[in-house]
Design a protein around this ligand. Structure first.
Ligand code: CP3
Length: 344
């Protein structure tokens, strides 16, 4: 049997037709997702109901035939499992209790985390059993810096001033929070791999908010340590890093973390990154999610340009960030069709 397309590319192979999946491919742009979400009650209930989480993970696979399914969950189940309050408010996004002091860190409960996240691993097992055999199962977690951003700020959409001031002011205490997150994140990924995830991705959505003087300590070292721990437990596991907005830091990120692939946002030129990182490091991305929502001939032209740029190199077709809620599903079908017919 030949290797699944995504696994080949993550091992450094350049394929004539790149595998394709989309970040946040299960979600509110699909009517069938909204129906299951309503049935579940709340978004968090959906995350902790293995059968329903399996169902919504499979919806985009059935509709579009993607090369990979990503576990349906959220990066914020980690703070939730650590004992923080978490609520998703309509139109506002996640709202959490905050961690801003040594006492707040001491109140977090890392022990027994895998027991509280057992429904997530059940969903991974269910998905592994249900997937078509050419489809790769991706598990994930947030990178420590991005998860810390939500834990310290208590919500998204801020300028991260509380977070960044703490990181500058008191590297020692902030480092304790990051160390705790490195530990639980590595454990969470190892548990997903043992339940059947074939690849894991670390989402560092706010890497671009880290100032130059903190980037190495906050966005490279923690990810490097997680990669070491996960690979020590699960040798050879392919790992995708997504330090969104990491631009000029990507060369160091690639060489020092040892990830198999890097997710590239839509603002960063693929051809330039290609020259920065080792040849066997795969690149994932970087179609503009707004263009996918827009559709039409400019979408086809941009797909062709991206394919041309990455010809002959290990490439996973994806967006530069998660799919938008206002994306017509027909545009996703158009994208998949274009990638599969136009590639080389
Ligand atoms: O990719 C997938 O389909 C798998 C599931 C997945 C979700 N969130 C489901 C979700 C993944 C991989 C994530 C990652 C995630 N979650 C990130 C990193 C990627 C990124 O977008 O930067 C972040 C920052 C979060 C935190 C989070 N979760 C936010 C900021 C929000 C609100 C934004 C929104 O779209 O409402 C969520 C909620 C969330 N996570 C939804 C989904 C499908 C929408 C919840 C709903 O159904 O109302």
């Amino acid at each position: 049997m030949t290797r699944k397309a995504l696994l080949g590319v993550l091992a450094g192979e350049a394929l004539a037709t790149p595998p394709i999946w989309l970040m946040r491919q299960a979600g509110r742009y699909l009517a069938e997702y909204k129906a299951v979400r309503t049935q579940a009650g709340s978004f968090l209930d959906l995350c902790y109901a293995p059968d329903l989480a399996v169902e919504v993970s499979l919806q985009p696979i059935r509709r579009f035939g993607f090369d990979a399914a990503i576990l349906f969950s959220d990066i914020l189940v980690i703070p939730h499992a650590l004992g923080m309050q978490l609520e998703y408010r309509e139109g506002e996004g996640p709202v959490l209790s905050t961690v801003r002091s040594r006492e707040d860190i001491a109140a977090l409960r890392p022990e027994g985390l895998e027991d509280r996240l057992a429904p997530v691993y059940d969903a991974v097992r269910g998905l592994a059993a249900a997937l078509p055999k050419t489809c790769t199962l991706i598990g994930f977690a947030g990178a420590p810096w991005t998860v810390a951003a939500y834990m310290v700020e208590g919500k998204g959409g801020t300028d991260h001033a509380n977070l960044i001031r703490w990181a500058w002011r008191d590297p020692q205490t902030f480092g304790e929070l990051m160390g705790l997150l490195v530990d639980v994140t590595a454990r969470h990924l190892i548990a997903q791999a043992r339940a059947g995830a074939e690849v894991v991705q670390l989402f560092d959505s706010w890497a671009g908010a880290a100032p130059e003087g903190l980037f190495h300590r906050l966005c490279i070292e923690p990810v490097a340590e997680i990669v070491r721990r996960v690979r020590a437990a699960v040798p050879g596991l392919p790992i995708i890093g997504f330090p969104r907005g990491g631009g000029a830091q990507l060369r160091r990120f690639a060489t020092e973390t040892g990830v198999s692939a890097i997710g590239i946002d839509q603002g960063t030129p693929l051809a330039w990154v290609r020259r920065q990182v080792p040849a066997q490091t795969a690149l994932q991305g970087n179609l503009d999610p707004i263009l996918l929502a827009e559709g039409g001939p400019p979408l086809d032209e941009e797909v062709d340009r991206i394919l041309g740029t990455m010809r002959g190199a290990p490439h996973v077709f994806n967006l530069g960030h998660g799919i938008r809620q206002d994306t017509p599903p027909d545009h996703v079908a158009q994208l998949v069709q274009r990638v599969r017919t136009r590639a080389r």
